[in-house]
Design a protein around this ligand. Structure first.
Ligand code: ADP
Ligand code: MG
Length: 558
């Protein structure tokens, strides 16, 4: 076969353009991506060999090998994982499959140039090598096949594929580093060792560095022994005491592809009727595709240290889809499939454990650092709120985690239900809330009487609040009351009652006239004590759909 030239998919070209011209300073993440791809490939080969032993001959040591050539400015990353055939090369290194990523790139293009910083915030993957390389070669042979291939590209519009005689299964990636200074650095031994050590916590295969041969006193080239860069044990299988805070954070960056620090994490090892390890992280920012349908990137599932799958949906409810991490079970069979996982007792048990750990970690953050928790709540609280209408479990824990703006919060402050109840003035019996548009809600005339009384009203303006409130009826012994509905039963003084009676008499004629004019559109016109400064307001009757809900239904085309 002669060399075939092929064009990158448009989205890839946009992505490459971004990478090549990137001012993103954290360029080293390309190596994190390469090591993570190599580890994935090793996982895949081991997994497939469970059902087809010929794919992994007895005695094969699955491993990753890294070397540099300082003179030639080259960096080489090699693995003996699953490898790629021609089709894989075209599909994996020529297109972008995930629509979330596609959308992200589209948005980037529209946004201004400073958004290159966003590179670190999503799974940049293989293409990030073009931040540091002017040319990349991928030599690869797929397990179970006989024809090897060479893929190469300069990261501009196209790539080339040709056949290559190979007898070793796996993938060897050679980067020809750019001539600029920081790219140059990546051919240096200490730098590469440093980065790999930082990002290799999840790799349970050996990662070896091969130092360049140096000349000895006699001028002879002297080979140096390879060095193992990573621990023998995957990070989550180590005890909490053995792992440093730095290692936890670095590991989070690897599995989440996020550049920032996690808000919190929880690491545990359960023994007893079942044994498993779990390490779960709560991101501090909403993952960029959290609202996309294909966004679910939950926990990675391992069985007996063998990688089984990414995004194991059975381990987390959708309202915790922002959680990242790893679960490793000793009890599940290695040949589990997605079908087996559904309704599997072991999984149900682990899931319970994981949910509890996440909710505990959130509560812990809320107790310890109010500002941090509030900031987190503004990023991801909306997702957590889905927990109220999708399930009946964990409602008590979830209620404690809720935060609201209210008629009494200012600036960044938020109020919890606990605090709300604690500061309720004497005489207030219910928890008052109002749902409405973010910009208008604070000046809603319905709030006047409550402010005058000193009663706090929770202000809700997330699209999801209405749905949430349909399953949130009480907190402790206090009922929730939507103040836009029906009447609110204030304890009135004799004076107030008298004034109200008088007003009813005075405005009787006006009410009747208004009723006649507006008859088609309203149910009833009446004198109310709920207003202080405004002349009138619209309220919904107790059993009707709320105004906010009506607007939402309209927006949804109902
Ligand atoms: P992701 O890892 O998120 O799928 P990448 O851009 O990092 O995205 O990689 C794209 C795809 O290329 C991988 O899913 C995999 O199929 C393939 N690939 C990359 N590196 C290797 C490798 N070393 N061995 C086998 N396949 C690889
Ligand atoms: Mg990858």
């Amino acid at each position: 076969m002669a060399t075939e030239k092929m064009e990158f998919q448009t989205e890839v070209r946009d992505m490459l353009n971004l990478m090549i011209n990137s001012l993103y300073s954290n360029k080293e993440i390309f190596l994190r991506e390469l090591v993570s791809n190599a580890a994935d490939a090793l996982d895949k080969r081991r997994f497939l060999s469970l059902s087809n032993s010929s794919l992994l001959p007895v005695g094969t040591q699955l491993r990753i090998d890294i070397s540099v050539n300082k003179e030639g400015k080259r960096l080489i990353v090699e693995d003996n994982g699953i490898g790629m055939n021609k089709e894989d090369l075209i599909n994996c290194l020529g297109t972008i499959a995930r629509s979330g990523t596609k959308n992200f790139i589209k948005n980037l293009k529209d946004a201004d140039k400073s958004s290159v910083d966003l590179i670190g915030q999503f799974g940049v993957g293989f293409y990030s090598v073009f931040m540091v390389a002017k040319k990349v070669e991928v030599l690869t042979l797929k397990a179970g096949e006989t024809q090897g291939y060479l893929w190469s590209s300069e990261g501009t519009g196209d790539f080339e594929i040709s056949e290559a005689p190979l007898d070793k299964v796996g993938t060897k990636i050679t980067l020809y580093l750019k001539d600029d200074e920081d790219a140059d650095d990546f051919a240096s031994e200490w730098k590469i060792k440093d980065i790999v050590q930082k990002y290799s916590g999840f790799v349970s295969y050996g990662i070896y560095f091969h130092p360049e041969a140096t000349k000895n006193d006699k001028g002879e080239l002297e080979e140096k022994p390879e060095e193992r860069l990573n621990d023998k044990t995957a990070l989550w299988r180590q005890s909490e005491k053995e792992v440093t805070e730095e290692q936890y954070k670095d590991f989070y960056n690897v599995i989440s592809h996020e550049a920032d620090e996690p808000a919190a994490w929880s690491h545990s090892h359960a023994e007893g009727s079942q044994e498993f390890w779990s390490l779960v992280y709560i991101p501090s920012k909403a993952p960029f595709n959290i609202w996309h349908n294909d966004a679910l990137h939950g926990l990675k599932l391992y069985v007996k240290k063998v990688f089984i799958m990414d995004d194991c949906k059975d381990l987390l409810p959708p309202w915790l889809r922002f959680v990242r991490g790893v679960v490793d079970s000793e009890d599940l069979p290695l040949n589990v499939s997605r079908e087996i996982l559904q309704n599997n007792k072991i999984i149900t048990n682990i899931r319970k454990h994981v949910i509890k750990k996440v909710l505990d970690a959130l509560q812990n953050m809320a107790d310890k650092d109010v500002a941090k928790y509030n900031a987190w709540w503004r990023e991801l609280g909306m997702v957590l709120k889905e927990g109220f209408y999708m399930n009946w479990e964990h409602l008590d824990e979830l209620k404690k985690l809720l935060r609201f703006e209210s008629t009494k919060t200012e600036g960044d402050a938020l109020v919890s239900l606990d605090e709300y109840v604690k500061r309720m003035p004497e005489g207030q019996k219910e928890i008052y809330y109002l749902v409405g548009d973010k910009n208008a809600i604070k000046s809603n005339p319905m709030l006047e009487a409550f402010k005058a009384k000193g009663y706090e009203v929770l202000l809700m303006s997330d699209g999801i609040d209405e749905f949430m409130m349909s399953s949130l009826t009480e907190f402790g012994d206090k009922k929730f009351h939507d103040i836009s509905r029906g009447d609110v039963d204030f304890e009135k003084t004799e004076e107030e009652k008298k004034a109200e009676e008088e007003n009813k008499g005075i405005f009787k004629g006006l009410c009747e006239n208004l009723q006649k004019v507006l008859d088609e559109n309203i149910k009833e016109v009446r004198v109310s004590s709920r207003l202080k400064d405004s002349p009138c307001c619209l309220v919904t009757s107790e059993d009707a759909m709320s105004a906010q809900m009506e607007r939402m239904m309209k927006a949804m085309g109902q």
